[in-house]
Design a binder for this molecule. Structure first.
Ligand code: NAP
Ligand code: HSE
Length: 428
């Protein structure tokens, strides 16, 4: 059999330990499939003595990831430490400059530095792969760059943060408030060290920016992703949405139109009967729409040791087989600079607000909506809370600008208590 493909793995936490286990346990299978053995030469993490549930004694140890990345006895540098900057970025840059191929699961680093790193890889004849960074175990990057390569993509969508989907579906099934389910997710260890990465939509926004780049051949532009988290979603929203036949999902949507590239990561209402509406718990789903294929739906685990290591190994195996594809599907220099769409495609919106329960309050609200050109499709006053009347409105299709103008008008009304919650109703 031919020369082995030698890995250097930096980061031996959840994902890194999972990758080591696959390489150790599936040596014959990997060699048969790749046409060469896949081996590990050296590893790196912070604590050399930590028990990681896997034997590491036969691999060389490097304290410094940069030293690991540039060793002569590695062909592929596998970066599984995380962090947008710091040792992850420094070591990936060092590996690419040394002409090493790189596989990473690091969505934060690529969302911020993807274009620069893709260019660096090309300049040094290396490949940079990141399947595990988007929707964990779902092979969505391969689906776009290979299986769907003959399509012009129209829209890509996804539920790509398992923690948020767990929180939202658990609120619905157990009838529990957000704060209680958030704490439950915390106890279960689902939340990132900085939970705002999850519930603020940032982690999922990173993934959407990468997906959009591959789908539309554009430079990664995380700064242009409209981000909104799930922190303001109440059990009332979940119940009211369910009553109308919807589910609330933290949904990422990237769509190219004449107005430019729209990238939104926000809580949306989707039909309860749609595949996205039926997605329960921590599972991820990605919906890919192309001009030839129409719609492809991929569903699977978005996180965890096995699923994420599985995606890392998919990239490693491509390299072992000699399959070399540009980081974002086309050469870095051909990725176009995105023109972010100034305003999102019009859609119906769900609006929840609390009005003072007194004569004329509703009339003032209706007048503000009318002045902004927002038309009401359905409206419901569904309870009375100590002088306040919770109001639910579903608008006809409108622009986000018109809705924002209406919300600004509402903020000025003395009868509106608290800032209204506005959720887009997405056609899926
Ligand atoms: P993790 O469990 O926290 O492990 C991180 C590893 O990196 C640890 O082994 C740590 O060493 C090592 N490390 C951190 N800083 C280091 C440094 N300065 N020098 C050397 N080693 C360092 O993280 P993870 O969950 O495996 O995630 C790894 C990457 O995969 C991240 O980019 C993450 O976003 C991505 N990802 C994770 C998942 C998932 O389900 N976990 C899913 C998709 C993508 P010590 O162990 O010695 O502290
Ligand atoms: N915090 C992420 C999630 C981990 O909940 O999906 C995987 O990226």
């Amino acid at each position: 059999m031919s020369t082995p493909l030698r890995l250097g793995i930096a980061g031996l936490g959840t994902v890194g330990a999972g990758v080591v286990k696959i390489v150790r346990q599936k040596g014959n299978l990997l060699a048969d499939r790749a046409g060469c053995p896949v081996t590990i030469s050296a590893v790196s993490a912070r604590d050399k003595d930590k028990d990681r549930g896997v034997t590491l004694s036969q691999y060389a140890w490097e304290d410094a990831p940069v030293a690991l990345a540039t060793r002569d006895d590695i062909d592929v540098y596998v970066e599984l430490m995380g962090g947008a900057d710091g040792p992850a970025k420094a070591s990936v840059e060092a590996a690419l400059k040394a002409g090493k191929d790189v596989v990473t699961a690091n969505k934060a680093m690529l969302a911020h530095h993807g274009q620069m790193l893709a260019q660096l890889a090309e300049d040094h004849g290396a490949v940079l792969r990141f399947e595990a960074a988007v929707a964990g175990g779902i092979p969505v990057i391969k689906a776009l760059t290979e299986g769907l390569a003959g399509n012009d993509m129209d829209r890509v969508m996804g539920v790509m943060n398992g923690t948020c989907n767990y929180i939202l579906t658990r609120m619905q099934s157990a009838g529990l408030p957000y704060a209680e389910v958030f704490e439950e997710a915390n106890q279960l260890g689902y939340l990132e060290a900085d939970p705002t990465l999850d519930v603020g939509g940032i982690d999922a926004g990173h993934k959407l920016a990468l997906l959009a780049s591959v789908a539309f051949g554009t430079q990664v532009d995380f700064a242009a992703v409209e981000l909104e988290g799930i922190e303001r979603i109440t059990i009332d929203d979940i119940t009211q949405a369910a009553d109308m036949g919807y589910r609330i999902k933290l949904l990422g949507v990237a769509q190219m139109s004449g107005r430019g590239l729209e990238q939104r990561m926000s809580p949306c209402l989707v039909p309860a009967t749609s595949p996205l509406g039926q997605l329960e718990g921590g599972t991820n789903m990605v919906v890919l729409e192309g001009d030839q294929v129409e719609q492809v739906v991929l569903r699977g685990p978005g996180a965890g040791e096995g699923p994420t290591a599985s995606a890392v190994m998919g990239d490693v195996m491509d390299i072992a087989r000699g399959f070399r594809v540009s980081t974002f599907g086309v050469p870095a220099g051909s990725l176009s600079e995105t023109t972010p769409a100034k305003t999102a495609t019009p859609a119906p919106y769900y609006l929840r607000l609390s009005l003072e329960d007194k004569p004329g309050a509703l009339a003032k609200l209706a007048s503000v909506l009318g002045d902004a050109g927002v038309s009401i499709d359905r409206m419901r006053q569904y309870r009375h809370d100590a002088g306040a009347a919770p109001i639910l409105i579903v608008t006809h299709k409108t622009t986000r600008d018109a809705l924002d103008a209406a919300i600004t008008g509402m903020d000025r009304l003395d009868v509106v208590k608290d800032a209204p919650v506005a959720l887009r109703i997405e056609t899926v």
